[in-house]
Each structure stands twice: as C-alpha cells, then as structure tokens.
Design a protein around this ligand. Sequence first.
Ligand code: ADP
Ligand code: ZN
Length: 524
Amino acid sequence: MSPYATSSDPALTLLQEIFGYPEFRGFQREVIDLVTGGGDALVLMPTGGGKSLTFQIPAMLRQGIGVVVSPLIALMQDQVAALKQAGVRAACLNSTVEAPEATEIFRQIYQGELDLLYMAPERLLLPGTLAMLDQLPIALFAIDEAHCVSQWGHDFRPHYLGLSQLAERFPRVPRIALTATADERTRQEIIKRLNLQSARLFVASFDRPNIRYRVLPKENGKQQIKRFLEQEHKGDSGIIYCLSRKRTEEVAAWLNGEGFTAVPYHAGLPHEQRERNQQRFLLEDNLIICATIAFGMGIDKPDVRFVAHLDLPKSIESYYQETGRAGRDGLPANAFMVFGYEDVAKLHWFMDQSEAEPAFKEIERQKLDSLLAFCETTECRRKTLLNYFGEARETRCGNCDICLDPVKTWDGREAAQMALSCVFRTGQDYAMSYLSQILVGEADERIERNGHHRISTFGIGKKHAKNEWMDIYKQLIFKGYLRVVGEYRTLKLAQSCRPVLRGEVEVRLRTKSRKVKKVFKRRY
Ligand code: ADP
Ligand code: ZN
C-alpha cells in the first residue's frame, strides 16, 4: 500500500495537503478514481485544465512507480522540480542527468522510493529501461502530450509510435494518455496507435470563454498590430507569433522603436539569450515576446493578456494551442490575428516545395484549408473552433469579432461559377489579375495574343469591377476552391470546386474587408 493511502479519502487528502487545492476540478476526480482502480483513460483537456494531477495522484496512491512519458526535457524538469518542492517523490531520467545523480535515481527506483519517474519516450523504449521496468511494481504509465503519436496531429514525434508496445508488455498496468488536442481524427489515431480501445474517454470543454477571438484581413500587418496594442494593451504582457526567426527579431526591434518593450524568441538564438528572454517574460509585467512557434510549450504565465498572430499558424490546432496561452488566469484576454492572401500564397508555395511524402503533404494541405476556412468564416469564431474540435455549440458567443461585428455576405454562387470557369477556360495557367481582366472584358495585347478575348468567360463579369474580382478570387482561395501555384501565382482548380462550378452549393462571400471597429476599442 502506498504511504499516502491511509485517510478515508486519500485522493482528496493528497489534493489538499500536497497540492494545496480545496477541491477537484471538472472530471479530475473521476479520472483519478478510474486510474487508481486500474482502468485506462484518455483525457482531453485544454492546456491549463489540470491534466497533471489526474496521473500524479493515482501514481501516488497505487503501489509502485508511476512512469510518465513526456516529449520535452525542459517540461519534465519543471514538473519534477515543482513536485519535489511539494514533497512528492519524483525524478526525471534524461540525457542531462549526470552519472552520480543517475546512480542515486536508480537506487531510489529499486528501493521503491519514487512515486513518479519522468522520461522521454526514446529513453523508456531502450531495451535496458524496459528490462528494468519488467522487474518493478509499476503504478501506471502516463503518456503526456499523447497527440505526438499522431501524424495528423501538429507535433508528430516518431518515438511515440513505440509506446504501443506498453499494452502488451505490461498488460496489468493502467495507462492514461493526455492531450490538449482534441479533433476527432487525432483522437482516433491516439486510441489506435496506443492501443487504448478499452480506455474511458474524458473530454473537457475546450471553450476558453475569456478569450476574445478576432481575425482580420491583413492590410499592413505591423500597423494593425501597433494599433491593437496601443488601443487595448498598453503595459500588458503578450506574445506575437511570427513565421520566421528573422521576422521575430525585426518585429521586436520595430516595437522597441515604437515605445514598447519587446524581445525576440526563436530556436536559433544562443541558449543564454533564449533563457533570459523567457525568464524576463515570465517575471516582467510589461513585456512583449515576438516568437516563432518554438516558444510556448510549458510556459505557465497566467497573465498573458494577448496572443497576436502576425503570420498564419499551420493549422487550427496550432492556432488554438497558441492562443490558449492567453488569459490562463481567467481574466479577459485577446487573440488577435491578421491574415493575408500573400501568406496563403507563401504557405501553398512552401508546401509545393516540401519533399515530404504525398500523404503527409495532403494532410498539411487539408489543415491549412481548415484554418483558412476558419479565418474566412462568417459564423461565430468560437462556435467554429469548438465544432472543429468535435464540440457541438449552437449559440453565438458574443465575444468574437463576428458576433460583435457581424459580417455582411452576399450570394456569390454565380460569381464563383464565373471566376472558376474562367480559370478552367484559360487552362489553369494564369494569375488572378489576368483572370479578373478577362472577366470584366478588358482586352489588351496579352489577352488578344492568347486568344482569350474570344472565350466564353470574356466580359461575362462586367457586373463587378476588376478589383472586386480580385477580392472574389482571394475569397475562393481561402475557401479552398482554388490553389495558388508556383512563383507566378497561377490559380488551379481544387477538387472541391466541382460542386461550385455546377452551381450545387451555396457560396457566401463577404461584402468587403472589415476594419477594426470602435466596438473593440473599449475594454471589458
Ligand atoms: P495542463 O497539464 O492540463 O495544461 P496543469 O496540470 O499544468 O494543466 O494545471 C494547470 C494549473 O491548474 C496548474 O497551476 C495546477 O496547479 C492548477 N490546478 C490543477 N488542478 C487544480 C484544482 N483542482 N484546483 C485548483 N487548481 C488546479
Ligand atoms: Zn462569437
């Protein structure tokens, strides 16, 4: 019996006496009871939801050692340090542990003096480690960041695939997998690849009601961010995500010149500088960190007041994770993103260049399409996000740009048909400006040379001006009906455009690009 399991409600006693919280949150209690009783669980909870306790407490209550698999050494070290501070018998085995310390950890393991042992999957899967575990009583296996097993997920780590063998090798040991990524496909992949078919599924709501979502068409990204900061976030801490390392530095320097305090963060910075910038962010009240996606995992700063995206993230999952770092304290926070046609063209181009396997590329493409659909949505953002994660939500949230400033749309079915058939008739070999010119019927030397003044779509779109057609093309790209290919930005038809060409589906287009409205100027 574990030394903790003596009171009448040992789980609650642990929560209160070791962790210092009065009560369990959400379904923590149910998960803890199930796993303590030997059951398997798959826990889907947003970041900050309180997943850790759901394996830490059972590991302390059950006999033997609780083995925790986690992908990042820094994360493990933080967790272990916090646990030790609270008086929990925890350790972490990884490549940075020096020989004498490792010897001591092994001694504790064999003496049964540890409740929790953290390891990266590659360490756990070493034959020597598995052989050691064969000889020990094991309380449970906790697989943190379980989405890393999914190729569909945003953070695939091949070593996670090897964790499937735990089920066979340790059939009597309960397993609990945890993640903050919840889309249906990732979920199914976790269950399949980790052999969790008989695990009970716990899904928390992914709603973060205090985060206000806002996604605007990019005009001049930096100026839009500046206005946003000036109007809403003077003196606040926040994160600005950028696509490239260079850009994080450039944006940080620019913000400093504009009177803000900003530092860059990316994987290419010298280790000390990265640590220093991260430390400053954690400690200071008034610091903006301009970061690539390298920043964030495991950052537990409760009062991040805003997360801004100056460039598009890779997927809705990434967007949700990144924006989820705002407002952990439950107070109002902003998620602010600008997105532009240029970014999309660039991302399409990256994907074409990538040497990844076709199946993988296809997944990436679908994810980008879903993200663009989210950017372009004319429905409540929160509803769209939650629906994407499989959470039904019928009502509007009242706390996103669309709810606060509804988008005017028009029936673009006919226009979409014209625009797409113009792409088709010209052999899918031209950019949007040329195509728009054909639609409005403005012949020039190039059009005549190509004979495009004689095709059926020439001049059928006189109802709109050329720049309106450009805007329609952009929206059709965002909706995934067209792809931008190559350096000449030629438009090609995507599979999904067929029902549109046949006029079978409704196409709602937005009236015009929206500006930051007054409604956002006031804070809550
Ligand atoms: P996750 O792993 O889901 O991102 P954590 O386990 O790190 O979340 O928990 C997030 C924060 O919530 C931590 O500061 C943790 O101590 C706190 N927390 C967890 N459970 C409770 C609880 N029952 N009551 C109060 N705070 C809690
Ligand atoms: Zn809304």
